[in-house]
Design a binder for this molecule. Structure first.
Ligand code: GLU
Length: 471
């Protein structure tokens, strides 16, 4: 059975690239009737961020990627948090020491620093040749140590990657990396192998930064007599031709995009296509369509550039089609942020805005008209296109009040235009400015009366009338 995993480090932040790695692992598992596993790689205790695991779990949940095994839900291969698996790693490290594939190293920081200062590019295997007795004695004496992988000095290793093809690395280019640190915790270089094997991972889908170190991991698989997984390395998401999209650019996190008002699935849909081609020319795909069309062959060898404009466009398609209640619920936090405590029908505002925003943070701009009346600018009555002016407003204001009181506002405004020999657009312009003070509103007079309520609109017209009289 296919088993894939997403193995994030809990940094308190889920980069959009990490989310995409998770997505491909999820899609591949689901496509093949397999299992998708979440494993928390928290062996670097210095980078620990409280609450970080919850952030990852909640992000996967919002993104609609339910994991089959992992923290909280458990599973038969747990625990799924590496810091809870310390003893397991030590057991296998011992086995590797026993077979000569790893060794204890007591080198001090000072010695290593000096070695590098003297021009060494990698560890010089200084402790490889310590006798068993000496090692035992130094451990017994309480000397701090690490366990290093014993990489062959000569030769090379080739493996097949599903995206990059055959990858060959000379052992001379690899270092005897630390497998177990002095605090007894494994490094990524060790834990990924132990866990992928013990958790039955069949396909290892991860970032391309591990492409060239995979031969080291393969040596460990071989030394332990384990079958290697299928490797699928992914190109990063780029900001431009030369730079990765990074946390430093701000806004590269899944949560950052949610805060900007992108819908979770729109993000998922967009990033799915950044690095994978569904080969059906479609750009808008639901999660089940993504699963159906996913294949490793469609993964791109070249990196892709993140295009927020395109993601906005895709998001607008999703926004238009979600049920009105769902749009309203998603919009509420943005009303809270940009236009709280207005005496308006917010539900109706949602009806007006749903087709007019691409991302929910557009609400800031789209709802700005709500404040326009309080900063009324009489100059707005003067409009070149419609050939309207303040005089015309003065002349029409009583009729505007009457029209508002009539049972059919639109018909009344139309009759008004006909009676005065004006174009309908001229009357509508004057009317909308008079009741909102805004040159652009979502919808016209009728919608605005519905939004603010007749009473408020009449109050406003009354205020404008006196202001015009006194002008
Ligand atoms: N913890 C590693 C990372 O966050 C995971 C790499 C992998 O998927 O093997 O980069």
């Amino acid at each position: 059975m296919v088993r894939t995993r997403f193995a994030p480090s809990p940094t308190g932040y889920l980069h959009i690239g990490g989310l995409r790695t998770a997505l491909y692992a999820y899609l591949f598992a689901k496509k093949n009737g397999g299992k998708f596993i979440l494993r928390i790689e928290d062996t670097d205790r210095t980078r620990e961020v409280p609450g970080a695991v919850d952030i990852i779990i909640s992000a996967l949940d919002k993104a609609g990627m339910t994991y089959d095994e992992g923290p909280i839900v458990g599973g038969e291969y747990g625990p799924y948090v590496q810091s809870e698996r310390k003893e397991i790693y030590l057991k296998y490290a011992d086995r590797l020491v026993e077979s000569g594939d790893a060794y204890y190293c007591f080198c001090s920081k000072e010695r290593l620093e000096k070695m590098h200062a003297d021009g060494a590019t990698k560890y010089d295997k200084h402790c490889l040749h310590l006798s068993k007795e000496e090692v035992q004695a130094r451990i017994a004496a309480g000397e701090p140590y690490v366990i290093r992988q014993n990489i062959p000095e000569h030769g090379s290793s080739t493996y097949h990657d599903e995206v990059f093809g055959d990858v060959t690395v000379d052992f001379a280019d690899l270092e005897d990396n630390i497998l177990i640190k002095s605090d007894g915790m494994p490094t990524y270089n060790f834990a990924n192998v132990i866990d992928d094997h013990l958790m039955g991972i069949t396909h290892c889908i991860r970032g391309v930064e591990y492409l060239m170190s995979t031969p080291k991991y393969n040596l460990l698989y071989d030394a332990l007599g384990w079958e290697r997984p299928v490797y699928v390395h992914l190109q990063p998401i780029m900001r431009d031709a030369r730079h990765k999209l990074s946390k430093r650019d701000g806004d590269a996190g899944f949560e950052d995009f949610l805060a900007k008002g992108f819908l979770p699935h729109a993000i998922v849909n967009y990033i799915a296509l950044l690095g994978w081609n569904p080969k059906n020319n479609r750009e808008k795909l639901s999660m089940s369509e993504l699963i159906d069309s996913f294949s490793i062959e469609g993964l791109q060898k070249s990196s892709s550039i993140f295009d927020e404009t395109k993601m906005r466009w895709l998001n607008s398609l999703y926004i238009k089609e979600i049920p009105p209640e769902e749009f309203h619920a998603a919009a509420l936090p943005f009303y809270e942020k940009y236009c709280p405590n207005k005496s308006i029908d917010y539900k109706y505002l949602s009806e007006l805005l749903q087709s007019r925003v691409e991302v929910l943070s557009d609400i800031e701009e789209r709802a700005a008209f709500l404040d326009a009346f309080d900063n009324f600018d009489f100059e707005l009555f003067r409009n070149k296109k419609w050939k309207t002016d303040v005089e015309m407003a003065k002349d029409l204001i009583d009729d505007c009040i009457a029209a508002t009181n009539s049972p059919d506002l639109n018909a009344a405004l139309e009759t008004l235009a006909a009676d005065k020999g004006l174009k309908k657009g001229q009357v509508l312009w004057i009317y909308r400015i008079a009741i909102t003070g805004a040159a652009a509103t979502p919808g016209g007079g009728e919608e605005m009366v519905k939004l603010f309520g007749k009473k408020e609109v009449l109050r406003r017209l009354g205020a404008i009338k006196s202001a015009l009289e006194n002008a």
